[in-house]
Each structure stands twice: as C-alpha cells, then as structure tokens.
Design a protein around this ligand. Structure first.
Ligand code: SRM
Ligand code: SF4
Length: 571
C-alpha cells in the first residue's frame, strides 16, 4: 500500500514522534489562541479539542475578529468512578479555568468547555493532581472504557469494574509525550527507545470504544461499541464474558459509505481472558482497519466488510485459542434506575437525573453547589452513568441522613420526579461548542420535551419509559440511532425524526420523517403517541409498537441505513 493513498491523519501520526508534533511550540505561541491544524489532530490524543464559541461567530465576523477560540478537555474516567476529592477538584477546575459547568458525557467522562490556550497546561496539571488524566480520552486509540456504573449492588459489578479498569490500563498509550508536554516530565531524547507495544507509531485507524456490561441492565449501551463484554454471572461471580464486536453510531448525511451499526455477539471468553481478548481485537483493527478512507475506518466497517465470522476467525488466530460459543443472557433496558438503592452491606446509592449531563447552577436549581456540599461530606464515591446521570454511591448508613438532607435542601432529591420520557432522554452537546453540529441538541431537547410532555400526558403516557435522544448532527454522540425516538440534526432548527429503536438498545431505529422543522415536531408525534396509547399490546414497548404498527419498517442492521433515508421512502 503506497503512503500516498493513506488518509491525511496517518501522515500526521507518523510524523508526530509519538504524539508530540509541535504542541509545545504551539502552546508557547501567544500570538494566537489557536493551534496549527496538525497539532489540533494530535491534541485529541491528549484529551483536548480546539473549539470556538459558535454563538459569537457572527458578531466577531462582523467586527473582523478572529474566532473566540477555546478548548474542550475530556477527563478519562474508566467505569465513571470519581472520589469526592476528585469531584471537588473537577468542580474547582470548572470555576477557575472553564465555563463554570461540568459536563457528564455519554461515556461516563467529565468534560470542561471554554478553557483558553494559556490555561490549557495548567488545567491539565490540575486534573492530574486529582489523580486523573486525559490521555486517550480522544484520538485514534482506545477511549474511556465504560462499565455498568454501580459496582456495589453485587460482587459481579465489582469484578466487572476491575476488569474494565484492567482493560483501560492495558490499552493506555505508552508514549511519554503526555508527561513531557503537560506535566513537565523529563524529555526522552531518542524516540527510538520509545515503543507503543500495542499501537505502534500510527496508533489505530480511528477511535476505538470498549464497554463492559452486567445484565440485565444495558445502561452502558453495549451494542454501540466497537468491542463489548457482556458478563455471564453464576452465583454472583462473573465466570466469563460474551464478546461483542462492530457497534458504532457515526454517519454522515448522504454518504452511503457511512452508517450506524449495532454490535454482533461473536463468542464467549473466560473472565481471566478479557484483557487478552481486548488487546487482540484492537490488534485486528490495527492491522485490518481502513487507513485510506477515514470515513470508513471505524472497526464497525472492518466487521461489516469481513463479516462477524471473518473477524472471529482472525481473532481466534491472534489469540491462539478459540472463543467458546455464546452463552445466554438477557437485557431489560438501557436506562438508569433512579432513586435510592441499598446493597447487602447496608450502604446506599442515590441515582439522580442530570438534564443533558450538565452540572451547573441556575437561579432556581443550585445543582453544582449542592453536589459540592455533598462531596465535602460524602464517604463513598461518585459514579457517572452512560446516560449522563450521576450516582452518589456507597453512602454509609451513618452518613445517609446528612446526604439526604443536602439532597432535599438543594432540590436534588426531586430530580427524578419527571416524566418517563424526560428521564430517558439523552442529548449531545452540540451548539455552541461542537464544531460539527448542524442544529441544537442539549439546549433544545429540554424545551422540546416540555412540549412533548403535554402530548404524552394527554394520552396517559406520563409514566411510560420511552427512550428519546437528540444529536445536533449525524455523528450520533447521544446514540440516537438506538433510541425508540431519535432526532438527528439536519440543519439549523431541522431534524430527521427516527422511530423504532430497541428499548434495551439492541436494534437500530429507522427514519420516520426527514428534515422536520423543530416547531412541527410536536404535531408530527402527537398522533403517534395517541395510537401507541390506544393500540399497544400488553407490555409492548414504544419502539416495538412503531415497527409492528408499520410506522417504520422492520430494521435490519448496518449498511441498508441510507436506503431508508431515500425521499421516496417517506410519506
Ligand atoms: Fe462524540 C465527535 C462529543 C460520545 C460519535 N463528539 C465529537 C466531538 C469531539 C466533536 C468534534 O470532533 O469536533 C464532540 C465535542 C462536543 C463538545 O463541544 O463537547 C463530541 N461525544 C461527545 C460527547 C461529549 C457527547 C455528550 O454530550 O455526552 C460524548 C463524549 C464521550 C466520552 O466521554 O468519550 C460523545 N461520540 C460519542 C458517542 C457515544 C458513545 O461512544 O457511546 C458516539 C457514537 C458511538 C460511536 O463512536 O460510533 C460518538 N463523536 C462521534 C463521532 C462519529 C464517529 C464516527 O464513527 O464517524 C464524532 C466525529 C468524529 O469522530 O469525526 C464525534
Ligand atoms: Fe457534536 Fe454531532 Fe457529536 Fe452532537 S452528535 S456532539 S453535534 S459531533
């Protein structure tokens, strides 16, 4: 394969000297708030993206000013676990260096927005002082490993979390560049001595995502991941994992080469093989992923091209042993279980709803302050969920009254007294920070939900859990293609509306109407809710109903996605 044909990012990685590029020089250049283009790509591997405030663009353009550049920083949090001290540090960073908010992401991580270049290094250092880091939070490497977030409810959850952390540690890039650039670590003069034993110097063709899940809850959306491990539990012990490959959400409007895909379950490995299997799947993607066409470089396309059987065969070769046949498992949902739970040791866990995953103070809801006060007295930890929510976990019986008092005092204990629709929503960041957004999401979905709530209440559906997700573009960061009701930004104030995703995230949704103006969504969906309320069968989920009643076609996985987007398929 000639170098000429490789995607541009492959050259950037090759020339970067293990992710160094000219980042240090760029940070020292005070003549601009931006970084050069190649370094912007490399910065992702270090966990940060250059952005600009898109709300300010028109005015700045009018006044011939440069864009209002700032950086988003993503903090890697394997399995989403943070101590109270770490929470307090995140809170402090958000005030001192970011925009005063903490974003809890759909992959159980923290994000800060609005960090200016001159504060970037200091912010990275503060994050590392909290014994957290940002390396590989983004970039063409394995990202934050997700795990069912509440390990205290069973010994199996604890084991799953340990396994997720082991995978995360094993697949963390080895380059010293991160320490050199951000932590003033000693410079390694000869990069020859430096090896990335797993990745090599061009890392992976594209980002790679791994999740560990403990059924029956699929609260981490295993089917959306490149690689997944479904715990098979016997006597509260994980005896092994079913292995899933080839999930992913990202697509591009009008590009048939791209499509969302749900993962296939290809086999079973023993519990002590999980890290080995993770490594070998990563190696298969390293060696067989597409490095020429970046839009086709995710592992889901490698799986689609070779077939799940082809990938299994290659994986078995790399492993030197065969995965065993898939074991039985059952998921019930992919949402969070709100409110209080108590584990056998007597410790309590409170799962709260955080709208859009955005922790901030507003005039009538002091969520950030409330959580800060709780962190000051909390003797357990915090768990970020894959649904942008938060668990105050492992509260001792002694401490629970004090935590409850604060939850009540700040109105947080009422957070989950919402409609079933709202409690099952996800919205990606979108405007104003995301460079790729075509429409609003985090700022608009709460408004739309208020409108839709009128409809669902009128039809007696207030307490029905219906998964609803919105993204500002087709990249799918809030996993809208596996929601029962999905909205994908098409342009300013316009959305593709999708129906029919599986309630536990197992099936893709299909296009119901394209390019719908935001103000017409309620009228479009009101008759759908009405017929669901009247015609559903006992226990029938909204997504299943949409398919049975013919509102959208029965879904098939992957490559036929765009066939459903053809205008003639629309009423
Ligand atoms: Fe994402 C790119 C935000 C989860 C698929 N995602 C982005 C960027 C960095 C935009 C960019 O490249 O300039 C967004 C930054 C917005 C901002 O201002 O913060 C962004 N993605 C997010 C987060 C913060 C959404 C949220 O509101 O929680 C999530 C951070 C997760 C984390 O902690 O690591 C986030 N992104 C996801 C998910 C969900 C998941 O992983 O379960 C997906 C779909 C699954 C998948 O990967 O297929 C996802 N993000 C993408 C894609 C499409 C990739 C593709 O296959 O084509 C992009 C665009 C890209 O990579 O080129 C993207
Ligand atoms: Fe940005 Fe699109 Fe991801 Fe939303 S889905 S955060 S708009 S890249």
């Amino acid at each position: 394969m000639s170098e000429k044909k490789l995607a541009a990012n492959e050259g950037i990685k090759t020339r970067s000297n293990y992710l160094r590029g000219t980042i240090q020089e760029g940070l020292a250049d005070l003549s601009t708030g931006a970084m050069c283009e190649d370094d912007q790509q490399l910065l992702k591997f270090h966990g940060t993206y250059q952005q600009d405030d898109r709300d300010l663009r028109p005015n700045r353009r009018k006044h011939k000013l440069d864009k209002a550049y700032s950086f988003m920083i993503r903090v890697r949090v394997p399995g989403g676990v943070a101590s109270p001290a770490q929470w307090l540090q995140m809170d402090e960073i958000s005030t001192q260096f970011a925009n005063g908010t903490i974003k809890l992401t759909t992959r159980q991580a923290f994000q800060f927005h609005g960090v200016i270049k001159t504060n970037l290094k200091r912010t990275m250092q503060e994050i590392n002082q909290a014994a957290m880091d940002t390396i590989a939070a983004c970039g063409d490497v394995n990202r934050n490993v997700m795990c069912s977030p509440n390990p205290f409810l069973s010994a199996a959850h604890t084991q799953a979390m340990e396994d997720a952390r082991a995978i995360s540690a094993h697949l963390t890039p080895q380059t010293r560049a991160y320490h050199e650039i951000w932590l003033d670590g000693e410079k390694v003069e000869s990069s020859e001595e430096e090896v990335e034993p797993i990745y090599g110097k061009t890392y992976l063709p594209r980002k790679f995502k791994i999740t560990v899940v403990v059924p029956p809850s699929n609260d981490v959306d295993i089917y959306a991941d490149c690689l997944g491990f479904i715990a098979i539990v016997e006597d509260d012990k994980i005896i092994g994992y079913n292995v899933t490959v080839g999930g992913g959400m990202g697509a591009t409007h009008g590009n048939d080469l791209t499509f969302p895909r749900t993962a296939d379950v290809i086999g079973f490995c023993k519990a002590d093989q999980i890290v080995d299997v993770a490594e070998k799947v990563v190696l298969v993607q390293r060696d067989f992923g597409d490095r020429e066409v970046r839009a086709h470089a995710r592992f889901k396309y490698t799986v689609d091209d070779h077939g799940p059987e082809g990938i299994l065969k290659k994986l078995n070769e790399y492993l030197g042993y065969d995965l065993e046949p898939v074991r039985d498992f059952k998921f019930e949902d992919n949402g969070d279980r709100y409110g209080w739970a108590t584990d056998p040791s007597g410790n309590s866990h409170y799962t709260m709803f955080v709208e859009g995953g955005r922790v901030l103070d507003t005039a009538d809801y002091q969520l950030r302050t409330g959580l800060r006060e709780i962190a000051k007295i909390h003797d357990g930890d915090f768990r970020l969920t894959g649904n942008q929510n938060l668990i105050i976990a492992n509260i001792s019986a002694v401490n629970r009254p004090a935590v409850e008092k604060l939850l009540d005092g700040y109105g947080i204990s009422k957070s989950h007294l919402r409609s079933g629709l709202r409690l099952n929503n996800l919205a990606c960041v979108a405007l104003p920070t995301c460079a790729l957004s075509l429409a609003e999401a985090e700022r608009f979905l709460p408004v739309l939900l208020t409108e839709l709530e009128e409809s669902i209440e009128a039809h007696g559906l207030r307490h029905d859990a219906i998964t609803i997700r919105m993204t500002g573009c087709p990249n799918g960061c809030a996993r809208p293609y596996i929601a029962e009701l999905g909205f994908v930004g098409k342009g300013p104030g316009r959305y593709n509306v999708l129906l029919g995703g599986g309630f536990h995230g197992q099936r893709l949704s299909k296009l119901f109407r394209s390019d719908v103006p935001a103000e017409k969504i309620k009228d479009l969906l009101d008759p759908v809710f009405a017929s669901y309320a009247k015609e559903r069968e006992e226990g029938e989920r909204f997504g299943d109903f949409c398919i049975r009643s013919g509102l959208v076609a029965q879904t098939t996985n992957g490559a036929d996605f765009h066939a459903n987007l053809k205008p003639e398929a629309l009423a």
